[in-house]
Ligand binder design. Structure first.
Ligand SMILES: [Zn+2]
Length: 322
């Protein structure tokens, strides 16, 4: 029966119902928990979403209503069509000019320590760029995202690049995994889009699925960042709505992450954008390459001048489970 699942047996044994965290069993083309919750498997991918909560993204409804075989996914000139069209949204504004023009997959280098076979969960992985980056760094990597086309594309990209990783459809606030499953949780450019109550719920779930002394490394947007202030001014400091970026002060990040996961430290991801990845700069237009260089220069300076952290736009929040 397990032949119809695309995920590894290791992960299949650790899946849990997003309603009640009970173990899931494969029954035909669905997975069921002892309390009778049934979750579909679409083109070999478990769809582990709840239908009784407000979604963080319309992708969740799309996944729940997907046809049995999933959505059509095409690979054009060696690059997934989904990634070609979505690169501006999944990579960030500097990647917009690459829409439809990718000649390779932009896979960043992770700042995580070497994985050495440890299990890692990538929250909001979409087409899997950071999950793949983590797998390349030696992690047993699992990506989760509410987008079914995103997860289908992630399988296509991982296969194309010869990377072994698992992907499931799910909601970061109701993680469909047993407690103590992961050594590390990673997330990039995802929680910064969540309402603060959803972030708290997600961090509580991260703590549940982390092993004791496991850690989380999560990218967030700094309220005091140079470019962040410009963006907040543009929307006149109104409260953000829907999927707009939520800005947090460094103090607020430390307080909330410490309370919900454990001891927390901040480090700089970048300046002047929320997504400058130095390994990918060569793929970007010249004006953005200059932004990435300036960001990298300040990031390296921030190791000697820690106060620079306070004005970086993009921060990494690292928390170790208590
Ligand atoms: Zn259940």
């Amino acid at each position: 029966m397990s032949g119809q699942l695309r995920i590894s047996p290791w992960l299949a044994n650790r899946l849990a119902c997003p309603y009640d965290s009970q173990a899931l069993e494969l029954r035909g083309t669905a997975m069921r928990c002892p309390n009778g919750h049934t979750h579909r498997i679409v083109s070999g991918i478990p769809v582990l979403l709840r239908d009784d909560v407000e979604e963080t993204h319309w992708h969740a409804t799309q996944a729940r209503e997907a046809p049995e075989a999933g959505y059509p996914s095409a690979v054009v000139n060696g690059i997934s069509e989904y990634v070609q069209q979505g690169i501006g949204a999944t990579g960030g504004y500097m990647y917009g000019p690459l829409t439809g023009r990718l000649i390779e997959y932009p896979i960043p280098r992770t700042r995580l320590p070497p994985g050495e076979g440890r299990a890692l969960l990538d929250l909001g992985c979409n087409w899997g760029r950071w999950t793949i980056a983590s797998a390349r760094a030696g992690y047993r990597a699992v990506g989760i995202d509410p987008s079914l086309p995103g997860i289908q594309a992630a399988y296509d990209v991982a296969k194309e690049l010869g990377v072994q990783a698992d992907f499931v459809v799910g909601d970061a606030r109701f993680l469909p995994f047993a407690a103590n499953t992961f050594d590390a949780v990673f997330s990039y450019s995802v929680l910064q889009h969540f309402a603060k109550t959803d972030v708290s719920q997600t961090l509580t779930e991260c703590s549940r699925v982390l092993v004791p002394s496991g850690f989380a490394l999560i990218q967030m947007a700094n309220k005091l960042g140079v470019r962040s202030l410009f963006h907040q001014a543009k929307r006149r400091f109104r409260e953000p709505s829907l999927f707009q970026v939520r800005y947090w002060t460094p103090r607020e990040l430390e307080t909330v992450f410490s309370a919900l996961i454990g001891p927390t430290a901040l480090s700089v991801d970048g300046f002047f954008s929320l997504n400058a990845q130095p390994e990918e700069a060569r793929l970007l237009p010249a004006r953005f390459r200059a932004v990435v260089s300036a960001s990298e220069m300040l990031r390296s300076l921030s190791r000697r001048i820690p106060t620079l952290r306070h004005v970086a736009d993009s921060l990494y929040v690292e928390s170790r489970k208590k």
